[in-house]
Design a binder for this molecule. Structure first.
Ligand SMILES: [Zn+2]
Length: 420
């Protein structure tokens, strides 16, 4: 991805640097050749040449670009899980995924970690974004997901198994788990997404269903993936599944719904970040009926939402790390609504706006293994910057409103917003 050349000065706004500290009032951010040269009080900013580009934050907020930590570019307003494997051919899924990446960038998301991809689309999307072929967040690519036979992602009986090869690699035992990971190595995947536990969305393998994968399968996935410098994450709701994943050496935990004290200890002892993705549950409860979800499934989402919120509070209070990502791409939780996750965490989980911004910027970059490159506004970092005409601390929901964006900057280049 190209870096801008020249100097840009962003001023007339408060600075949130992504580290979670109090805002710096009347701040300036100086960008030189695509990197942050200065971020702090305007009074202390270095002099710049008169030809420097000026961006006026209009009394609003200057902050790091957002990081979507559980992104599914290839999901397309899915109304039922079955849509994922039969609705569209890979050619059309690829076009939809490119459009979703453009939308995410316009929504202020300058980086994203995939939480699983249909076919191998994310790997090539990443290449297309990095070479400037299409706009989108800096992407950490995932690929086909791994699940045990008969587990959450194996809902089709044999007589109607159509298209599943694009969605999931179904495994039986550690040998097949190793073989699946080795296939992903050749595909160029960075993150291996697995399904250790069930979900409210599939009543036959509900939330408390632990063994969609055995510990031995999970351990084989981690050992093989780490050998090849890939990272592993998993859809972990049930308590035992969370513990199995942490004991097997998972790099992050998705959802972490039913945490107990022992699971929390395991999480904290290795400082593993968790991505709760609660707005998905909230939207499932509020809008599920419109899309034909049964009352049983909606009740399951409510239980998941309540437990997930409690677990998220527990993790953050104990000094753990949370990423903000929302599993967008379902009919009731569409692409473009990404920042609703942040609003939900402030208004319904009880985190402060500064905590949520840190989770959505610095922690997101750390999850991607790129915390030294972006995620905070500090000298030397890539200038991935979001300039918002509004006070994000007073009202986090301004981040949901793209019409308030003055600039979405990636590597110093203004890619979206009114200044684009
Ligand atoms: Zn997901």
């Amino acid at each position: 991805m190209n870096l801008a050349s020249g100097v840009t000065v962003i001023s007339n706004g408060q600075l949130l640097d992504g580290n979670g500290g109090p805002p710096v009032k009347d701040a300036a951010v100086v960008v030189r050749d695509g990197r942050v040269a200065y971020a702090g009080p305007a009074a202390g900013a270095p002099p710049v040449e008169p030809a420097a580009r000026k961006i006026d934050a209009r009394g609003g907020t200057v902050m790091p670009g957002l990081v979507e930590a559980h992104f599914h570019p290839t999901y397309f307003n899915v109304a039922a899980l079955e849509d994922l494997d039969i609705k569209y051919p890979v050619e059309y899924v690829t076009l939809l995924a490119a459009a979703n990446c453009k939308l995410a960038l316009e929504c202020g998301y300058t980086a994203a970690r995939s939480g699983g991809s249909l076919f191998n689309v994310d790997v090539w999307l990443k290449k297309a974004i990095e070479t400037g072929l299409c706009p989108g967040p800096r992407l950490a690519a995932s690929g086909r997901e791994i699940c045990g036979v008969g587990g959450l992602m194996d809902w089709n009986p044999d007589y109607r198994k159509i298209g599943m090869e694009g969605l999931v690699l179904l495994v039986n035992g550690p040998d097949e788990a190793r073989a699946a990971v080795r296939k992903l190595v050749k595909d160029g995947v960075e993150w291996v997404k697995t399904y250790p536990t069930g979900d409210a969305a599939a009543p036959d393998t509900n939330d408390h269903h632990t063994l969609c994968m055995t510990f031995e399968e999970m351990h084989a996935v981690v050992a093989t993936a780490h050998n090849h410098k890939m990272k592993v994450t998993g859809h972990c709701r049930a308590t035992e599944g969370i513990k199995n994943a942490l004991r097997a050496g998972y790099d992050t935990i998705e959802h972490g719904t039913f945490m107990d004290a022992e699971a929390l200890d395991l999480l904290l002892s290795r400082d593993v970040a968790c991505v709760p993705a609660l707005q998905f549950e909230h939207a499932s409860v509020v809008r599920g009926k419109e899309f034909g979800l049964s009352q049983r499934v909606i009740d399951g989402h409510q239980e998941t939402l309540d437990a997930g919120a409690e677990s998220a509070r527990m993790i953050l209070k104990a000094g753990g790390r949370l990423g903000m990502g929302g599993d967008y791409g379902f009919g009731w939780n569409p692409h473009g609504d990404y920042a609703r996750e942040l609003t939900f965490f402030v208004k319904s989980v009880g985190l402060s706006p500064l905590e949520v911004v840190r989770c959505a910027t610095r922690t997101g970059a750390e999850i991607m293994g790129r915390g030294d490159e972006f995620g905070t506004l500090e000298a030397g970092k890539l200038a991935d910057v979001l300039v918002v005409d509004g006070d994000v601390v007073a009202d986090i929901a301004v981040l949901e409103d793209r019409s308030r964006f003055v600039a979405v900057m990636q590597g110093g280049v203004v890619k979206a917003g009114r200044a684009a």
